[in-house]
Design a protein around this ligand. Structure first.
Ligand SMILES: NC(=O)c1ccc[n+]([C@@H]2O[C@H](COP(=O)([O-])OP(=O)(O)OC[C@H]3O[C@@H](n4cnc5c(N)ncnc54)[C@H](OP(=O)(O)O)[C@@H]3O)[C@@H](O)[C@H]2O)c1
Length: 304
């Protein structure tokens, strides 16, 4: 297949592009800067500079590549694109990513229609953001948490599924290139257990997530899929374990009221009430087999 990866130079793109190439696909991959074109070529792709928020540029890039499928991996979650995150102002840090998940996906879908591309796979999110009532582990049929900042991802999910595509709700990434910022904070003991540490996280190794993405492309998957490991877990379990794997001191414990003052409502809500996700549908419908079924094994191997 000819595959167009929008956002081929990010943490996911760098694992996904070589996997697609190894499976015999011809890949065009994008970056916003000419400085990263050699990286895309090293990964085995034809590199293209494209701003995903510029509809004309997206239309031209897709028309020139004439792909069979498009993969949307554009986010702006690095300091280079969105500066240093301030947990008390998440709206600022997520603003550019939210645009890529609303305007960006619309531009790709318009380009797909104009060029006759009938399948799109897009990055969604599944870690701590399940609806905050009922059980701790959610399926694709349960609603996501609804707050101001989630409007863009709701738009992305609805638009992609309506167009016959697939949304991959990835869990929290770890693995090569994906966890350095988090490990840095944990080593400095800046990620605490808040209250009783009840909020759940679903993790996924970046290579397992890339494998699921290739399967979604090859099988022309339709619908929403949770791409997470087998063991959603509360912060009280995975955080001390992760700290141990990287040789850090155990995390601090702080009360909810203090955490709210220090880190704001979004982070505290996630750390106390966040929900995890089930991967049963992705395993069943995509035939996905995980190399790291649990973060216990994955952290030990990837972070030690
Ligand atoms: N599920 C998860 O846990 C999850 C998901 C995503 C990211 N993250 C984390 O977030 C951090 C940053 O992720 P990242 O390294 O992938 O960087 P990123 O800054 O989020 O960039 C991702 C991709 O989007 C592209 N991009 C950014 N703005 C764009 C625009 N306006 N138009 C078109 N493309 C655009 C980037 O291209 P260029 O930078 O080459 O221009 C890159 O290819 C990492 O620590 C990662 O692990 C976590």
């Amino acid at each position: 297949m000819r595959v167009f990866v929008a956002g081929g130079s990010g943490v996911m793109g760098r694992r996904l592009v070589p996997l697609l190439v190894a499976r015999g696909h011809q890949v065009t991959a994008t970056t916003t800067t000419a400085a990263k074109l050699p990286l895309l070529e090293e990964l085995g792709a034809e590199g293209v500079v494209m701003d995903g928020l510029d509809g004309a540029a997206v239309g031209e890039a897709v028309a020139a590549a004439r792909p069979d499928a498009i993969v949307h991996q554009m986010t702006a979650l690095s300091a280079g694109h969105s500066g240093k995150p301030n947990p008390r102002r998440p709206d600022r840090f997520f603003a550019a990513t939210n645009r890529l998940r609303s305007e960006g996906v619309d531009h790709l879908l318009a380009a797909a229609e104009a060029t006759g591309v009938s399948h799109l796979v897009a990055q969604g999110h599944a870690s701590m953001n399940g609806g905050r009532s009922g059980g701790w582990v959610k399926t694709e049929d349960d609603p996501l948490e609804v707050v101001e900042g989630t409007r863009a991802i709701t738009h992305l999910e609805q638009a992609v599924v309506a167009a016959g595509g697939a949304v991959l709700r990835y869990g929290g990434f770890y693995g090569e290139g994906a966890h350095d910022d988090q490990v840095h904070l944990i080593r400095k003991r800046l990620v605490p257990i808040v209250g009783r540490g009840t909020g759940h996280v679903s993790w996924v190794h970046i290579d397992d997530a890339a494998e699921a993405t290739v399967l979604a492309v090859e099988r022309r998957a339709h619908g929403v899929f949770n791409i997470v490991d087998d063991e959603p877990a509360p912060v009280s379990e995975w955080l001390p374990y992760l700290a141990g794997c990287v040789g850090a001191k155990p995390p601090r414990r702080i009360p909810v009221w203090l955490a709210r003052l220090l880190a704001g409502e979004m982070a505290v809500g996630a750390l106390v009430e966040g929900r995890g996700f089930s991967n049963a549908k992705a395993k069943r419908d995509l035939g996905w087999r995980l190399r790291y079924p649990t973060w216990r094994q994955g952290f030990k191997e990837a972070l030690a």
